[in-house]
Design a protein around this ligand. Structure first.
Ligand code: KG4
Ligand code: ZN
Length: 345
């Protein structure tokens, strides 16, 4: 098969992103340009992402970012073999900006469109970086999603676990907010936890020991709120101890849930000799959790694969790559493909 160069567009949340990725005939991938404009500053005053502000910022910046991606890869629009944009799930205003731009470019160039599920883009990212065989296990932990999937092939996903309430990143962000820390709270909670005592608060380990691989984090958030209310006014030491105890509770829950997922995978695919766990999403940057994942994988005989942080968090290279993988097997989408705020994998 000939090399394919794909333009990717990501606008589902608060990152405006454009990228160019090449899929070589042998199935390997190469990132030619990967530009991400974070809107964190625009949303920080509100303590979370404001959909209308996000959509307007995407509309303001996207054309320029696409032009920058092309320039930095030394390519013209005519060199592109296909256009991929996130079509869901996400904030509908932003999705419409990105998908409509992609459709206009596809129409103007006559090249195929790939309307990408954002979760599929996260799921396929490790194959952009190196040869990873199907099936593999995926843990996706971000601000909007907490899922365990078995990735059986392009377009073939089996969800074996999901959150029944908050996403993990959301739990980090809400804990941070209760402690008066700035948005997004995850990195800040991790930083402060390093000085804290993880044993001071005995926060719940939601769903630990239960059947299945689902997650729940809202009870943990409630327990943090109660601790905060008891302690007010909070000292620096209190804040660090809450962060550390929160992380310890999350890590133990993840060990339990993930341990079950590994076992399920091995029972389902006994023929897979060297099983792989891929962890993606913004929360994958957390080092305490990464240590927990390493331990679970060591015990379960899995290799752990965590893409570098800039490819774990939202970006357009993963969208372009998912487009390349889909277009390579003939899965183009029509120009009336809808944007979908909700779209389970
Ligand atoms: O994947 P991402 O960039 O965006 C989506 O939600 O799709 O993930 C952002 C989430 C936020 O909730 C942020 O607080 C969390 O990832 N996060 C972290 C860390 N870095 C980012 N959570 C815990 N520890 C971190 N070091
Ligand atoms: Zn994401």
């Amino acid at each position: 098969a000939p090399d394919q160069t794909i333009l990717g567009i990501e606008t589902s949340c608060d990152e405006t992103a454009a990228a160019l990725v090449r899929r070589h005939g042998d199935g390997s991938g190469e990132i030619l340009a990967n530009i991400v404009l974070s809107q964190i500053k625009d949303h920080a005053p509100y303590g979370g992402v404001v959909p209308e502000i996000a959509a307007r910022a995407h509309a303001r910046h996207l054309d320029r970012l696409i032009a920058e991606a092309l320039t930095s890869a030394n390519l013209r629009l005519a060199d592109i073999d296909g256009i991929a944009a996130t079509a869901g799930p996400g904030l509908i205003g932003g999705l419409l900006v990105g998908l409509t731009t992609a459709k206009a470019l596809a129409l103007a160039t006559g090249k195929p469109l790939a309307a990408i599920n954002h979760l599929e883009a996260h799921a396929l990212t490790p194959r952009l970086l190196g040869p990873v065989e199907f099936p593999y296990l995926l843990l996706l932990i971000s601000g909007g999603h907490t899922q365990i999937q078995i990735v059986e092939g392009v377009g073939r996903y089996r969800r074996i676990g999901t959150t029944i309430d908050d996403a993990l990143g959301e739990a980090f962000d809400k804990t941070a907010k209760l402690l008066g820390l700035p948005y997004p709270g995850g990195p800040k909670v991790e930083e402060l936890a390093r000085q804290g005592n993880p044993k001071r608060f005995d926060f719940p380990r939601p769903l630990k020991g239960r059947e299945g691989c689902n997650f729940s984090f809202s009870g943990l958030k409630t327990a943090v709120r109660e601790a905060v209310d008891d302690l007010r006014p909070l000292g620096e030491k209190d804040i660090a101890d809450i962060c550390a105890s929160f992380e310890a509770a999350v890590a133990e829950t993840m060990r339990d849930r993930l341990g079950r997922a590994l076992k399920f995978f091995k029972d389902t695919f006994p023929e897979v000799r060297q099983p792989v766990l891929v962890v993606a999403g913004g929360v994958a940057a957390n080092r305490t959790l990464k240590a927990a994942f390493e331990e679970v994988c060591r015990r379960g005989g899995f290799s752990l694969l965590v893409p570098p942080p800039h490819l774990c968090t939202d970006n357009a290279a993963m969208v372009a790559w998912a487009g390349a993988e889909r277009l390579a097997i003939g899965l183009a989408d029509p120009l009336d493909a809808p944007a979908k705020a909700r779209w389970p994998l």
